[in-house]
Design a protein around this ligand. Sequence first.
Ligand code: CA
Length: 244
Amino acid sequence: MPPTTGEGSQKVFPISSLAFLPEYPTQMNKRILPLLAICALAPFGSASGALLIGFHSFTGDTTIQAGGSGTNYLASGFSGFYDPTTGLNKTATGGSSDQTYGNITVDVSTPGTNNGYVSMFAGWFPILELANNSGSTVALDKLLYDGTSSPSATSVTISYRYGTTGGFTDLVTSSLTSTYQSFSQDISSLQLNDGQTIQFRFAGGSGGQLDNLGVTSASPVPEPSAALIAGGLLAVSALRRRRP
Ligand SMILES: [Ca+2]
């Protein structure tokens, strides 16, 4: 029976297979080890990078999730908040029930099925803020959100700015319908330097509602374990290169 296409036909090199490397020619090891080090930092099981900030539980009016409290998510090395300003922040009932940020499932945080939502009204501009304190530049990937509008359809225009003052630049306008839809906006042209802050502003008409707001990076924030594996492999590689 011929091999089928897809994952089953791909060769996999788990980290544990490093044991066979000493039997390979030295030149081969010099080439493979740095590649394996890079692979150790590659995303496992996630094609969409890493969730940096995720808001899905709106439990109060102005105190919600300052600094990522409650059940919402902030990646290590980042800070942020969702600021409803003077608008109404609905709680308890309603909200998107599909348990994804936009159309993406992340393994670090799962939105609930009935955990509240935020309503948007004309003249009210809630802001999602994200600040990078990780020590390195992060390439952003997607702005995720679920949105609906009731009782009548409206739209939401999302804008962004770096820092906390100055004008916003429009990013996208989405039409909201009477049922929740998942939205995923490409923001891969944006990056966040260490020490830098970005704000996303949501401006909608009467009846607009958002839930499951998230921002992902293009590549995962390295976990300490992955960083150690990569560092170890690079160190071994460097030692082998020094040998005559
Ligand atoms: Ca969704």
